[in-house]
Design a protein around this ligand. Structure first.
Ligand code: PMP
Ligand code: GLN
Length: 383
């Protein structure tokens, strides 16, 4: 394995899901729902396969999906993207992120990102030979946030891009307009490209609104906006994502994408195009159901004695383990199957400086109510 990949080892999600399977534990680690997406969307995919949509689709994606993505951006956010040239279909958000970093960062360029960060970001930056500059999110008034002065201090002459994830995995923070404005300001002033990961765009709670960074003044022209169907429609295994942005940036991402995967699987694309047009009411119901699940798991974790940080979005809740007398989340996550028959993710694996996340463990609540209840009952054994 090349040197630049050696620090990464196996992704924490594979490790923890294997641990859950091997120990027969409830898996509140890896974030994937345990129920299916909208019925008609699933039928559409099956019909596509049976109907012969089984050869290479066009490199940028099926026109109907690019059109549906474009319409969705317009309808939800007032953002206009030309389906021909400003929308690119990818193999999930993961490919979009890697292709964007590979396409836009020269070796030695710096990429600013907020830690804790989704694990693929660091590897994508390393693959490009670029250097990551983490800005730490810290807990303030019950949520993870950043200090704008620290963000500004992280920008140097080699900074090329900033990677922004909101709603944020693994913290559950949804950046406020004020926080996004601080990001936008440094992007404009220091001429940075923003790469935004908005895969949880529709999964926000308590009336909190997701604001795409590209909607802020001066940002559309410098933002590569990424999302995917996995979370919105509960099909994380479909690996169908998309990039929207100004044509030159999208062309650059496509130039890389064509040699990573050439194109993205066809049958899912037509089903996702259908869902973006016709299943947004299902998404609204799913969002409400997920909010109730959040409340259910939060109550269970509080009862078990964790210090719970109530998330405003995503599938995840952060817990402070110190009230239970534990200090190291990595240690606790390793012992949790034995102690309680539950698997969770140690938050410190998402940091460049793991000590900053040492006291936290992440639990996923995108599970059936009975699974959440059983996990909560088991976790009460920790008291
Ligand atoms: N970004 C974030 C923040 C995620 O949590 C995930 C995983 N669900 C992804 C990207 C990857 O998305 P996809 O499965 O569409 O590649
Ligand atoms: N995004 C999901 C999580 O954070 C899982 C992604 C993965 O397995 N790579 O749990």
């Amino acid at each position: 394995l090349v040197r630049r990949m050696r620090e990464f080892g196996t992704t924490v999600f594979a490790t923890m899901t294997k641990l859950a399977v091997d120990t027969g534990s409830i898996n509140l680690g890896q974030g994937f729902p345990d129920t299916d997406g909208p019925e008609r969307m699933l039928e559409r995919a099956a019909e596509a396969v049976r109907g012969g949509l089984n050869q290479y689709p066009p490199g940028p994606g099926l026109p109907e999906l690019r059109q549906a993505v474009s319409d969705h951006r317009k309808q939800w956010y007032g953002l206009a993207y030309d389906p021909d040239g400003e929308v690119l279909v990818t193999v999930g958000a993961t490919e979009a992120i890697s292709a964007a970093v590979l396409a836009l960062c020269e070796p030695g360029d710096e990429v600013v990102l907020f830690e804790p960060y989704y694990d693929s970001y660091a590897a994508a930056v390393s693959l490009a030979g670029a250097v990551r500059r983490p800005v730490t999110l810290r807990v303030d008034a019950g949520r993870f946030t950043f200090d704008p002065a620290e963000l500004e201090a992280a920008i140097g002459p080699r900074t090329r891009a900033i990677l922004v994830n909101s709603p944020h995995n693994p913290t559950g923070t949804v950046f406020t307009r004020e926080e996004l404005e601080a990001v936008a300001r440094v992007c404009r002033e220091r001429d940075l490209i923003a790469i935004t990961d908005e895969v949880y765009e529709h999964l926000t709670f308590d009336g909190v609104e997701h604001i795409p960074l590209a909607t802020l003044p001066g940002m559309r022209e410098r933002t590569v906006m990424i999302s995917s169907a996995g979370k919105t429609f509960s099909v994380t295994g479909w690996k169908t994502g998309w990039v929207c942005g100004p044509a030159p940036l999208v062309a650059a991402v496509q130039a890389v994408k064509q040699f990573l995967t050439f194109t993205s699987s066809a049958p899912w694309q037509t089903a996702v195009a259908y869902a973006l047009r016709e299943e947004m009411e299902w998404v609204a119901r799913q969002r409400a159901a997920l909010e109730a699940k959040r409340d259910r798991l939060v109550a269970g974790l509080e009862e078990a004695g964790f210090g719970v940080l109530r998330p405003s979005g995503t599938y995840f809740v952060q817990t402070d383990i110190r009230p239970l007398g534990f200090e190291d989340g990595l240690d606790l996550a390793g012992r949790l199957p034995g102690l309680a028959g539950v698997v969770a993710i140690p938050t410190q694996v998402f940091y460049d400086r793991p000590s900053r996340g040492r006291a936290y463990v992440r639990f996923a609540f995108c599970k059936r109510d009975e699974v959440i209840d059983e996990a909560a009952a088991r976790l009460r054994a920790l008291r």
